[in-house]
Design a protein around this ligand. Structure first.
Ligand code: F6P
Length: 546
């Protein structure tokens, strides 16, 4: 049980913000910029290799001051320290929250239950590195003596989204002689399509599951084992050469038939959605090699240190979290669009959806009360410039307020003619258009017919952050992910919720377990669900039998 705190809406800073909101809600960014020519340079911050421009937000100095006071009053400093110290801040599961230990340097000390966990982390990293080197060099041979050419990661949620995202993000640094596939969905199509052109004799399956009990992953892992055995003549010994596991559950791993010598462990203090830098990142390490993986961890660590030590007014995750809450709790915004202008980050928004929404989609406070304010902003996005030709219309001229995080880089990993200048011109143009829009006078001055004028006016005043770095690299990727991880902690702390459990996914899982036999066996006695579910089950059974 957590100690009861002052409810968020009764905090002094919250009340100050509520009042301040009335004064600033209708002030246009055109006015804010006109009155304060230095704003674009001043409202910026840097952490590790990331530069944040937050000047295009509907804030002034007073807003930032009050938001920072809210962070202080909410006990953010103590909660950051508690997390880094290894306190069991995940109270509903009685666990420490120590993804930061996964990237702590070798000599660091972080205790959980009186034991330093950092040496264990590095032991697993060394085992992963040795294994990766054996696969990448061709030394590890499959059952028939062929080296491994294909790696299939089987996992879901945090055991999939991080690996897929990182594989795509770091493709430039990957070994192109290896093929990587990711199977997550229990829909058989996912597995069938992933392996349809693969030679089993050259394929390695990584079964990635923290619990090693997740229905989708275990179903896919069993199907993979059957596929392998049928392709390789049924010799059960082949499993050891073609399957490795990443899990916290050694017992279940060996029950499945994977030698625990080929298991890469992690710990209950690593949440699924915070695990891509643990052994869950084995596919990432196989793709980019141990050196690049370690560079990524170093990037995470740099952002951890920034978050831990930088004053809140210069702290990127804190500033971004506060701004996001300013819009969701005061302006009523429901979403944040994350818009990376970097094709390699095409899966980054999907990754962030689990990180942010599984973490902060909670309506119960740490003290067990229902919140009376909104939590858990919806994150979505697509890489630019593609999104511009899809949903940006609604961001520019729709009725909703959608704050945007633009992510851009100075240098392309694939410099081609004018492409990068054009890409970056677009990202800067978008944030400019969103903030300043186009007035009626400007539209009229272009000679637009009167009746068309309202359609062509952009009211502007639509906020955005721009996160800028020199170039995407393993280190910068680590920094970006840690930036959002810590943003989530900051939001969760102020909202007074537990960002580290996920009870909300349980009910659906339990009900599915009840329905599976009802679909498989039409002879089962009378269905006892509600009339809609009963009817759907009967319809499915009839379709199946037709
Ligand atoms: O969806 C719930 C969840 O527990 C996620 O938090 C987790 O990332 C995912 O399922 C997969 O869990 P596991 O790694 O244990 O298979």
């Amino acid at each position: 049980m957590a100690a009861t705190k002052t409810p968020l809406t009764e905090m002094k800073a919250w009340k100050g913000l509520t009042e301040h909101y009335q004064a600033i809600r209708d002030v246009h960014m055109r006015t804010l910029f006109a009155k304060d020519p230095e704003r674009g340079e001043r409202m910026t911050a840097e952490g590790a290799d990331l530069f944040l421009d937050y000047s295009k937000n509907r804030v002034n100095e007073e807003t930032i001051k009050l938001l920072l006071e809210l962070a202080e009053e909410s006990g953010l400093r103590e909660r950051i320290d508690a997390m880094f110290r290894g306190d069991k801040i995940n109270i509903t599961e009685d666990r420490a929250v120590l993804h930061v230990a996964l990237r702590a340097p070798k000599g660091a000390t972080i205790d959980v239950d009186g034991e330093n966990v950092v040496p264990d982390v590095h032991q697993v990293l060394e085992a992963m590195s040795a294994f990766s080197n054996r696969i990448r060099s061709g030394e590890w041979k499959g059952h028939t003596g062929k080296p491994i050419k294909n790696v299939v990661n089987i996992g879901i949620g945090g055991s999939d989204l991080g690996p897929v995202m990182a594989y795509e993000a770091l493709k430039h640094f990957s070994d192109r002689a290896l093929t990587f596939r990711f199977v997550s969905n229990v829909d058989g199509t996912d597995f069938a399509e992933a392996v349809q052109d693969l030679d089993a004799a050259e394929t390695l399956f990584i079964v990635a599951s923290k619990t090693f009990t997740t229905l989708e992953t275990m179903t896919n892992a069993n199907t993979a084992r059957d596929w392998l055995l049928s392709a390789l003549g049924g010799d059960k010994d082949s499993v050891a050469k073609h399957f490795v596991a990443v899990s916290t559950n050694a017992e279940k791993v060996s029950e499945f038939g994977i030698d625990t010598a080929n298991m890469f462990g992690f710990w209950d203090w690593v949440g699924g959605r915070y695990s891509m830098d643990s052994a869950i990142g084995l596919s990432t390490m196989l793709a980019v090699g141990p050196e690049n993986f370690m560079a990524m961890l170093d990037g995470f660590h740099q952002m951890d240190e920034h978050f831990r030590t930088a004053p809140f007014e210069k702290n990127l995750p804190v500033l971004m979290a506060l701004l996001s809450m300013w819009y969701s709790n005061f302006f009523g915004a429901e979403t944040i669009a994350v818009l990376p202008y970097e094709q390699y980050l095409k899966r980054f928004p999907a990754y962030l959806q689990q990180l942010t929404m599984e973490s902060n989609g909670k309506y119960i406070t740490l003290a067990g009360q229902r919140v009376d304010y909104s939590t858990g902003t919806i994150y979505f996005g697509e890489p630019g410039t593609n999104g511009q030709h899809s949903f940006y219309q609604l961001i520019h001229q729709g009725t909703r307020l959608i704050p945007c995080d633009f992510i851009a880089f100075g240098k392309s990993l694939n410099p081609l003619g004018r492409h990068q200048d054009m890409l970056i011109a677009n990202v800067f143009a978008q944030s400019e258009a969103l903030a300043f829009g186009k007035t009626e006078e400007q539209v009229k001055a272009e000679g637009t017919a009167d009746w068309l004028v309202p359609h062509r006016v952009f009211e502007g005043n639509r906020p955005s952050n721009t996160i800028f770095a020199k170039q995407l690299s393993p280190s910068v990727l680590g920094q970006l992910i840690a930036l959002y991880e810590h943003c989530v902690l900051t939001q969760g702390t102020i909202w007074q919720i537990n960002s580290f459990d996920q009870w909300g996914v349980e009910l659906g899982k339990q009900l599915a377990q009840r329905i599976i036999p009802e679909l498989e066996n039409a002879e089962l006695p009378e269905l006892t669900h509600d009339s809609s579910t009963n009817n759907l089950i009967r319809r499915y059974r009839a379709t199946k039998e037709s």
